[in-house]
Design a protein around this ligand. Structure first.
Ligand code: NAD
Length: 431
């Protein structure tokens, strides 16, 4: 089998460590033939790893898309606010897209991408890895197979873990609304996507509460300086003390994000000067650190979703109350359990446990599974399936934006009228 050829835009953490690594491990499936990246060190490192000649190394997506397409596929791993202009330009240039989430940082941007994909008849695979992981595929199969009867209430939690939250949403790329977007989009558009997909229905009414409660200046330890390395009195007790996070033996994500050069000296310099050395209580973050969302779907199912920064472990959980029993799932343990109602009072409940085998790649094997799916869609030119999947991704993104509007305004949002504000082509018609 000949590999699908692709250009990469954005050779940052995801471009390099998720998709670059996939291509190197699966040369028969994917081959990068060009790269666009403004950072010279990142561009050269990617070009060298993938054998890309100098004439196919570009400083930006703008430069790359000025020439005729160099491959059928563009993998877009730029940061959130670059997604809209770069994706529309890539579609206009004739590429199929593998697009990192969020599709775009505004609802109209997401709708515009779907519109452009349809207009140019191109495949856009949004990188929602969880949907393609063995765990959620099994959950979907159990629910569709009626194992718990009719799903009535879906409870999902996204436990970010205190250290991960501090890295990405207090010190890092997704800490500010004006630079990336709201947490419900930047972190949990995956969960909104999963909810729409698992409920197999369109959202109807949405409400939400949430705020930035903890990572604020008033919670800083007494006498804490701006940067951890400036002599913090809490250096032996604060769980966020940067040197204990970034100057240890672990060199992969999230440590690989702070400096391309992972020598101890370079990492220490990054903490002295860069964003990851800042006290987590004295950053310029403004995204919420806890949020709760409630949704009613068109088939009557309800969603109850919580995302939290202050969790010990990093995992997602799923619980579905059905008319005939319950489904319980723990994503990081790859474990699902079905409990079914039987006759009598306080009966012994029959349970069925499913341990799924996570594939290779991050997000329970989802990172690589979603890429495989995109390559299959392109190889088979399966536009119908690609469009169905893209519509679910759009509904999930619009649900995230609607939840944010509900949180900010303290109102219940009606999804149909909310979505029709952005969806140029009208609502999907899915009920
Ligand atoms: N699907 C997931 O589970 C998942 C997980 C993490 C991150 N993400 C998403 O992946 C995307 C990338 O995240 P990241 O952590 O790799 O960020 P990053 O900052 O490490 O990488 C982005 C890269 O884009 C480059 N870039 C900027 N302008 C460009 C231009 N004009 N042309 C080409 N490249 C340009 C930057 O120099 C940078 O190297 C984000 O949108 C993020 O939300 C998705």
């Amino acid at each position: 089998m000949r590999p699908v050829e692709a250009v990469l835009v954005g050779a940052g953490q995801r471009g390099r460590e998720a998709f670059g690594a996939f291509a190197l491990r699966h040369p028969h499936l994917l081959k990068f033939v060009a790269v666009a990246e403004p950072d010279e060190g990142r561009r050269q490192a990617f070009a060298q790893a993938h054998g890309i000649p100098p004439e196919r190394q570009f400083r930006s997506w703008e430069e790359l898309f000025a020439s005729p397409p160099l491959a059928p596929l563009c993998v877009n791993a730029t940061m959130d606010r670059e997604h809209l202009p770069s994706t529309v330009a890539a579609l206009e240039a004739g590429y199929h897209l593998f697009l990192e989430k969020p599709m775009a940082h505004t609802p109209e941007g997401c709708a515009a991408i779907v519109h452009a994909a349809r207009q140019h008849r191109r495949i856009v695979q949004v990188c929602h890895p969880m949907r393609y992981s063995a765990f959620y595929a099994k959950a979907k199969e159990l629910l569709s197979g009626g194992k718990v009867g009719t799903p009535l209430v879906i409870t999902m939690t996204e436990n970010v873990a205190y250290w991960h939250f501090a890295h990405s949403f207090v010190r890092g790329n997704w800490r500010r609304f004006d630079e990336s977007g709201p947490l419900i989009l930047t972190k949990t558009c995956h969960d909104m996507d999963l909810a729409v997909w698992l409920a197999d229905a369109v959202p109807q009414r949405i409400s939400s509460i949430g705020e930035l409660r903890y990572f604020r200046p008033e919670n800083a330890p007494a006498g804490a300086p701006e940067r951890c390395l400036e002599g913090c009195p809490a250096e032996t007790s604060c769980p966020f003390y940067a040197p204990t996070v970034y100057l240890g033996q672990h060199l992969e994500w999230p440590v690989s994000v702070i400096s391309l050069d992972t020598s101890l000296e370079a990492r220490r310099r990054a903490l002295e000067r860069g964003p990851y050395g800042r006290c987590v209580f004295r950053c310029d973050n403004d995204v919420v650190d806890h949020q709760v969302v409630a949704v009613e779907f068109s088939n009557g199912a309800m969603l109850n979703f919580t995302v939290g920064a202050c969790t010990t472990y990093c995992y997602r959980s799923l619980r579905v109350l059905g008319s005939a029993g319950e489904l319980h799932g723990h994503f990081e343990r790859n474990e699902l359990r079905i409990e079914r109602f039987v006759q009598g009072l306080w009966p012994e409940i029959p349970t069925e446990t499913h341990k799924v085998a996570a594939g290779q790649g991050a997000h329970g094997g989802g990172d690589w599974a979603v890429m495989r799916n995109a390559l299959r869609l392109i190889r088979e030119e399966d536009y119908a399936e690609a469009d169905r999947s893209l519509q679910i991704a759009l509904d999930g993104h619009l649900l995230a934006f609607a939840a944010e509007e509900a949180r900010r305004k303290g109102e219940v949002i009606e999804f149909a009228s909310y979505a029709s504000r952005w969806n140029q082509a009208g609502h999907s018609g899915r009920t």
